[in-house]
Design a protein around this ligand. Structure first.
Ligand code: PEP
Ligand code: MG
Length: 548
């Protein structure tokens, strides 16, 4: 048995085979070119393609990691548009009459050196970004293959170092853990891997390719890797894992208990998910339902659109394990970039206010119909509700309901079974929908207030712009009054109100949500039991009819 030391990143204990991640390194030769203009054009095209890839990565990152950490890919975008970097590449092509690949490699080496010698740790990180971006440009220019990690069984991924985009794209179901030879605890890759909850250790300097395929045990609490572990070590680590698990499940005594305050008020706690893999945590969390299935996972990581069959089976896999508990599926709700590519429209300056979400669905009726039919078909496997995002008027809602009717008629015509009682809800996230909430309530079965976007649109704060982060106030009185207003409108019309987004997870607001009468909080699975505890500790017996 060999014992190698590094630094633990995301803590856990994992046993599996070591598989080295082989990044396809493109070989770059210096070649003389005759037509310099053509070569510069080649670079411009590659740069444009890289920009659109980085856009997609940013979208993916917004789903996979925190918003703050997803900004790493905005930095990549900035490098790709950076005059100094591009100027350097173009100068090398022009002055030396050489190929674009060679010029990118030169720029990469120069800027990498420059950033790695800076003392400031933040700027030092830029070196890894330069490498990531250059690799992307070179892969595009050489039509190279982007490496993926596809071991025959889930394994411990070993690598010299991972660049941020690799850390984001490594498939979670194929990796048990990630270990690297280089890389620091504060690197962008470490931040992303930690956000993705992948057990990991970096800086294992003695890691060598000769251990490929060997059994290994990683204890990332201490940053130790045991290659060919002996029985005693395996036994000791298993016991440690169990102890840590018990510590983590310290709240398991709350499983099966009601979300009821001391004075007897109840609120439902549902879990929201970003991708299918999250379902396991939802099941462990004892959530009362799947409160928000963000269906975007079906559309990301691919160039075409998901078929009806594919969608039905994806939804079914999530509905079935919920075992009769309600599942709320939100129709496609993301930004324009991907759909712009698919529908060949112009890029947008202000995507949060642009062609997105329900607007895309209404403009692409076939795609919308496919998703609606798939959701209705999936309703055959358990109680399902549909949620329509970004609705801003009664007319728009009526248009959506017309689409629903068409989808149902088509299934009836095809003799395909579905639940006729699928509940229909709208996401309240624009100030327009708040003001019209009592009108909208006449047409639907429930409201879901998406607080992250409601804050963005009410306070005019771009969720993705770190510069205005301090204006993103999750307890702004305007937003809180809007939530009260929507809840009142809903209850007057006899329909339910759910709240999702970061405000729902905030235990400091739980008492207020209960006081104003919110019916459901849709939160991350990890928040279910802690919030149950918060609810159970509350005593609101001093509350009056009008409340606060
Ligand atoms: C929200 O906006 O509050 C929300 C839950 O949706 P998403 O985070 O997917 O935009
Ligand atoms: Mg939203």
């Amino acid at each position: 048995m060999l014992v190698l030391k590094g630094t633990g990143i995301f803590k856990d204990i994992v046993v599996g085979r070591l598989m080295f991640y082989e990044r396809q390194l493109v070989r770059i030769d210096r070649e003389k070119v005759e037509d310099i203009q053509r070569e510069m054009m080649r670079y411009h095209k590659a740069q444009e393609q890289a920009v659109s890839q980085v856009h997609l990565l940013h979208q993916l990152a917004l789903r996979e990691v925190s918003q703050e950490n997803a900004a790493i890919f905005q930095a990549h975008h900035m490098i790709l548009e950076d005059m100094d970097f591009n100027g350097y590449v173009l100068d090398v092509i022009k002055n030396q009459s050489v190929n674009a690949e060679y010029a990118v490699q030169q720029a990469s080496d120069t800027f990498y050196e420059m950033f790695s010698s800076i003392k400031n740790p933040y700027l030092k990180q830029r070196a890894a970004d330069i490498r990531d971006i250059s690799q992307r440009l070179l892969t595009i220019l050489t039509c190279g293959k982007v490496e993926s990690f596809e071991p025959s069984e889930p394994s411990i991924l070993a690598a010299d170092e991972l660049v941020p985009s690799e850390s984001l794209q490594i498939p979670r179901d194929k990796v048990l853990a990630i270990i690297t030879k280089f890389g620091s605890e504060n690197s962008h890759s470490a931040i992303i891997i930690k956000d993705r909850n992948i057990p990991s250790a970096f800086g294992i300097q003695k890691l060598s390719r000769e251990y490929q395929g060997h059994l290994a045990a990683l204890d990332s609490y201490t940053g130790t890797l045991y290659v060919d572990p002996d029985e005693d070590t395996l036994h000791r680590l298993q016991e440690k894992k169990q102890r840590e698990e018990e510590k983590r499940l310290g709240m398991s005594y709350l499983i099966g208990k009601p979300n009821r305050t001391i004075d007897g008020r109840e609120i439902k706690l549902y879990a929201s998910i970003v991708e299918p893999l999250d379902i396991e945590q939802v099941l462990r969390s004892d959530a009362g339902g799947l409160g928000l299935m963000r269906s975007e996972f079906l559309y990301l990581k691919r160039d075409d659109l998901p078929s009806e069959e594919e969608q039905v089976s994806a939804y079914r896999e999530l509905i079935r394990p919920m075992n009769g508990k309600p599942t709320i599926i939100r129709t496609l709700d993301f930004g324009a970039k991907k759909m712009i590519d698919l529908s060949r429209r112009q890029p947008e300056v202000n995507p949060a206010l642009g062609f997105r979400s329900i607007r895309i669905c209404l403009a692409m009726p076939q795609m919308f119909q496919t998703q609606l039919r798939a959701i209705y078909r999936a309703s055959h496997y358990g109680p399902v509700s549909i949620l329509f995002p970004m609705v801003d008027s009664v007319e728009q809602l009526q248009q959506i309901l017309e689409h629903v009717r068409t989808a149902r008629e088509e299934l009836t015509r095809r003799n395909i079974p579905f639940d006729p009682n699928v509940r229909i809800g709208v996401v309240v996230e624009t100030p327009a929908s708040v003001i019209l909430s009592s009108d909208l309530a006449q047409y639907v079965d429930f409201f879901n207030i998406d607080t992250n976007d409601l804050i963005q649109y009410t306070l005019a704060v771009d969720r993705q712009n770190p510069t205005v982060n301090s204006y993103y106030n999750t307890r702004h009185p305007a937003v809180m009054r809007m939530i009260e207003m929507v809840t009142r409108s809903a209850h007057e019309a006899g329909i339910q109100v759910a709240v999702s987004g970061d405000m729902a997870d905030d235990s400091r607001l739980t008492e207020w949500f209960i006081r104003i009468g919110v019916d459901i909080l849709s939160v991350s699975a990890a928040s279910i039991l802690p919030l149950r505890q918060t609810v159970r500790d509350l005593d609101l017996s001093d509350d009056t009819e009008t409340g606060h």
